[in-house]
Design a protein around this ligand. Structure first.
Ligand SMILES: C=C1C[C@]23C[C@@]1(O)CC[C@H]2[C@@]12CC[C@H](O)[C@@](C)(C(=O)O1)[C@H]2[C@@H]3C(=O)O
Ligand SMILES: O=C(O)CCC(=O)C(=O)O
Ligand SMILES: [Fe+2]
Length: 356
């Protein structure tokens, strides 16, 4: 007897609404106003005319596709993701699973170069023992044998540099739109040399011949619902949809794929720093049954010791401080101890006068 398993995704409400698309080449004051509105209403928007060169994007995308096209045992040499490295189906350490494989990299150059050399056809142990002989003073491309590269580290570094620049620009527009006098109050955190920012390449493979092809399996959870813990996420994908955001009412809103845009979403730290004015948006990605989806997410994060607190302009008697001051290291520790879909920021809420 075949027992139909209920598919939780099928009974959910999906609403098609137009999400904000912001043209960064428009007049600055107007752009900052639109960004603030989008972050208050959705915690999400797309940017176009963002200034990141198509060439830089295309190089990174092709590196990413090349990596995921490798045989599994080769990819596994860059794993397990603890937390950086290659992972498949398991997300984090607490039992979350999804139809996704990924490569998670720290964006400091040393880590990118180490991971970029993760797989050597000649020496499978290379990833673990690789040490750059030049001691770090030569450029990566000149000190690494190109035969050993799994990801071209210069493509990854150029991409990271370009998206970090874009993220800083957006964070400064946010500060201006919120009338915060120190406009680098958010951007300086991700510009810091020891910022804990990440680059994540996600690949959602389509169904294979031996997959379950019952109708209920056609919309599969690739990356389960969650908020991003960091400050700001800049994500782009190939032309295959799957990303959805959720607003307060639990209805899912599909984000149309758009290769000319970056999707920008507010992370938990920015919700805390804006004293709750901006929302860290819940989102998820569904795997497409027919076409591979590939997304590249840059997560702009503070350095571990950086203290997260709202600038004075955003705390008023009418809007008292919602979150206590915490360091990114403290926040990250809490995030990694929880499940993907758990609300993390609540742990850091200020105690109200009644509770004291
Ligand atoms: C289950 C988990 C995976 C995650 C760390 C966590 O414990 C909770 C947050 C998850 C998340 C979501 C956004 C990013 O993709 C990520 C790298 C992050 O910083 O927080 C992942 C973490 C992960 O995959 O390791
Ligand atoms: O692949 C996507 O569109 C979403 C990925 C995501 O949310 C993440 O990596 O945190
Ligand atoms: Fe995410």
């Amino acid at each position: 007897m075949v027992v139909a398993t209920p598919n939780p995704i099928r009974s959910e409400k999906i609403r098609n609404i137009e999400l904000p698309i912001i043209d960064l080449s428009a007049e600055r004051r107007e752009v900052s106003g639109l960004i603030v509105r989008a972050c208050q209403e959705f915690g999400f928007f797309k940017v176009i005319n963002h200034g990141v060169s198509q060439d830089v994007i295309a190089r990174m995308e092709s590196q990413s596709f090349e990596f995921f096209a490798k045989p599994v045992p080769e990819k596994q040499l860059a794993g397990p993701a603890n937390p950086h490295g290659y992972g498949s189906k398991n997300i984090g350490f607490n039992g979350d699973v999804g139809e996704v494989e990924y490569l998670l990299l720290s964006t400091n150059s040393a880590s990118i170069s180490q991971m970029s050399n993760a797989i050597s056809p000649h020496d499978p142990t290379l990833f673990r023992k690789f040490n750059c002989a030049c001691g770090g003073h030569l450029s990566l491309s000149s000190c690494i044998d190109p035969k050993l590269l799994v990801l071209d580290s210069s493509a990854a570094r150029c991409y990271v540099e370009a998206v970090r620049g874009l993220a800083c620009e957006i964070l400064e527009l946010m500060a201006e739109g919120l009338w915060v006098s120190d406009i680098s109050v958010f951007s300086r955190l991700i510009r810091a040399a020891d910022s804990d920012s990440l680059l994540r390449l996600n690949h959602y493979p389509p169904l294979t011949e031996d997959s379950d092809t019952s109708p209920s399996s056609f919309r599969r959870i690739g990356f389960g619902e969650h908020t991003d813990p960091q400050i700001l996420t800049l994500l782009r994908s190939n032309g295959v949809g799957g990303l959805q955001i959720s607003l307060e009412d639990g209805v899912w809103i599909p984000v149309a794929p758009d290769s000319s845009a970056f999707c920008v979403n507010v992370g938990d730290v920015l919700q805390a720093m804006t004293n709750g004015r901006f929302v860290s948006v819940r989102h998820r990605a569904l795997a497409n049954s027919y076409k591979p989806r590939m997304s590249m997410a840059y997560f702009g994060a503070p350095s571990p010791h950086a203290r997260v607190c709202s600038p004075p302009e955003l705390v008023t008697p009418q809007r008292p401080r919602l979150y206590r001051t915490f360091t990114w290291a403290e926040y990250k520790k809490a995030a990694y101890s929880l499940r993907l879909g758990d609300g993390r920021l609540n742990i850091f809420r200020s105690r109200t006068v009644d509770e004291e």
